[in-house]
Design a protein around this ligand. Structure first.
Ligand SMILES: C[S@@+](CC[C@H](N)C(=O)[O-])C[C@H]1O[C@@H](n2cnc3c(N)ncnc32)[C@H](O)[C@@H]1O
Length: 231
């Protein structure tokens, strides 16, 4: 493991709350996971063409929560492939059930830390887009180091994205939005802001309003979208 890998390992952007699986989610892990789940291994990189059975563009969503918005995107864009990564098992089970319900063939799921997946499983320039919608905001100053969006994370994204590929982040926490803007704008020319320097983007039509976002809206939170393009 390289020094930069070790540094990444220390940042855990989540706390594992192993909520109980519903009976339906348990069934999903037995019957649907073998077809739509991808086991994590640091030994072998993913062959995305073999996994999806085609050459279509691949979009990664990190931390999809209960997966409702990811399933909606996959259903609405059958010519794009989607890979969802989430650490929370009930959310993974819930998404597997949506895959079955909507009969989706263009969506696969991993239950693992997305940072390690980026480090070990994805080949350089293999992704056309990466979405990070409402990552855990880690409000307290002493926890800011746990925020997933850090300079080292941006380097991993830059490696996995194709030139021209988009990184799209959204948050309802203003301080995190400002930090995202700062980190993404200081990437030594790896990314350019599609909205122009220091500008946030309006929510594009392809991004459904997520569950977490709806909760924030009820609390009167604003929303900030950032869309950066890999040069
Ligand atoms: C605040 S929730 C938002 C969920 C969803 N995107 C939404 O907007 O409803 C953040 C999610 O990111 C997941 N998460 C945090 N760090 C992660 C990581 N390193 N790898 C995979 N998932 C992660 C958490 O388990 C959680 O479900």
């Amino acid at each position: 493991m390289s020094e930069s890998d070790k540094k990444h390992r220390k940042i855990r952007s989540y706390v594992l709350r192993e909520g109980r699986l519903t009976a339906g989610q348990e069934r999903a892990f037995t019957t649907l996971w073998p077809e739509f789940g991808i086991e994590y291994t640091s030994e072998q990189q993913l062959d995305l063409v073999a996994i999806y059975g085609n050459n279509n563009p691949v979009i990664l969503e990190i931390g999809f929560g209960n997966g409702a918005s990811l399933a909606q995107m996959a259903a609405g864009n059958p010519r794009q492939n989607y890979l969802g990564i989430e650490v929370h098992s009930p959310g993974v089970g819930r998404l597997l059930l949506d895959i079955e319900e909507y009969d989706l063939t263009n969506l696969r799921v991993m239950r693992h830390d997305a940072v390690e997946v980026l480090q070990h499983c994805l080949t350089p320039q293999s992704l056309d887009g990466v979405y990070l919608f409402f990552p855990d905001p880690w409000h307290k100053k002493k926890h800011h180091k746990r925020r997933i969006l850090q300079p080292a994370f941006i380097q991993l994204l830059a490696r996995s994205l194709k030139p021209g590929g988009l990184f799209h982040a959204a948050t309802d926490w203003e301080h995190y939005a400002e930090q995202m803007m700062e980190v993404l704008s200081a990437t030594d020319g790896l990314f350019s802001n599609t909205a122009g320097r220091n500008n946030f983007s309006p929510r594009p039509d392809y991004r459904p309003v997520t569950k977490f976002e709806q909760r924030g809206e009820r609390l009167g939170h604003g929303v900030w979208d950032l869309i950066f393009q890999r040069r």
